[in-house]
Design a protein around this ligand. Structure first.
Ligand code: HEC
Length: 156
């Protein structure tokens, strides 16, 4: 009956190997799925640095708010920005597709801190070689400016 024992041992070995490979497959999958989760939930760093540190809930486009933002933009931002083309600062068309809403608001509210501490804003400063100045915009007004940029980016 020695052969029988050998079979038992083999069976046991095969089951152990199968078990280990299942375990490995499972734990590898877990690791793979982590970066994907991070992409859908923007990490703290994509918020940038500044007063906005919690998620801004965006609803359907608010036209009245966007109009308020357009007016503010013409008063406070056109010295350095155009919508369609590069000027002292970057063209702002498409900004809502390249940055998180929170990041855009932080850039408007505290541009100095952003260009010192946020990697993407640092890159912009290195490219444009002019420091965007603080325009003393309230959070409410920054939200209106964001709505104006959303309106531009949603228009076809
Ligand atoms: C003195 C010129 C100046 C003024 C005024 C100014 N900006 Fe800027 N802005 C810049 C520059 C230059 C940059 C690139 C970052 C840097 O170098 O500081 C920039 C970057 C930005 C960005 C990021 C763009 C991107 O591609 O990610 C946003 C958004 C922005 N500005 C919005 C505004 C708004 C809104 C106002 C008005 C309240 C404003 N800026 C006023 C010069 C200015």
């Amino acid at each position: 009956m020695k052969q029988n024992n050998l079979f038992k041992l083999l069976k046991y070995l095969i089951l152990t190997v199968l078990g280990i490979s299942f375990f490995l497959t499972f734990s590898c999958k877990k690791e793979d799925s982590q970066p994907k989760e991070q992409k859908t939930n923007p990490t703290a760093s994509s918020f940038g640095v500044g007063p906005i540190q919690s998620k801004i809930e965006l609803g359907a486009l608010d036209n009245a708010l966007a109009q308020k933002g357009e007016k503010l933009f013409n008063e406070k931002c056109t010295a350095c920005h155009k919508i369609e083309e590069r000027y002292v600062g970057p063209a702002l068309k498409g900004v809502t597709t390249r940055r998180a809403p929170e990041w855009i608001m932080n850039m408007i509210l505290d541009p100095m801190k952003m260009t010192q501490e946020d990697p993407q804003a640092k890159e912009l400063l290195a490219e444009y070689l002019t420091q965007m100045t603080n325009q003393n915009v309230s959070q409410e007004d920054a939200r209106a400016l964001l709505e104006y940029f959303r309106k531009i980016d949603q228009a076809k």
